[in-house]
Write a protein that binds this ligand. Structure first.
Ligand code: FES
Length: 78
């Protein structure tokens, strides 16, 4: 999960509880927080990476943009 100048910022995305978003996703996955991924106009940005088994099966990282409400967070968790 990107958390830097824009992603995770109440100034940029004021209607979302950013700490709760991280907490929710940590219930279902290992979550690492990164510095700015250079796509600030699409905050909040999350990159979902496959497990080693998933990668071996052809899975690749997927970048998700505008993950800015509880429903989007729930979709990512699911
Ligand atoms: S702070 Fe997330 S892309 Fe810049």
């Amino acid at each position: 999960m990107c958390r830097d100048c824009c992603c995770g910022s109440a100034r940029k995305v004021p209607h979302l509880n950013h700490d709760e978003q991280i907490r929710r996703l940590r219930e279902v996955a290992e979550v690492r927080v990164t510095e700015c991924l250079d796509v600030c106009d699409q905050a909040n940005v999350i990159v979902v990476q496959p497990t080693p088994e998933g990668r071996a099966a052809g899975g690749r990282p997927v970048w998700l943009a505008f993950v800015n409400d509880e429903n989007a967070t729930a979709d990512v968790a699911e």
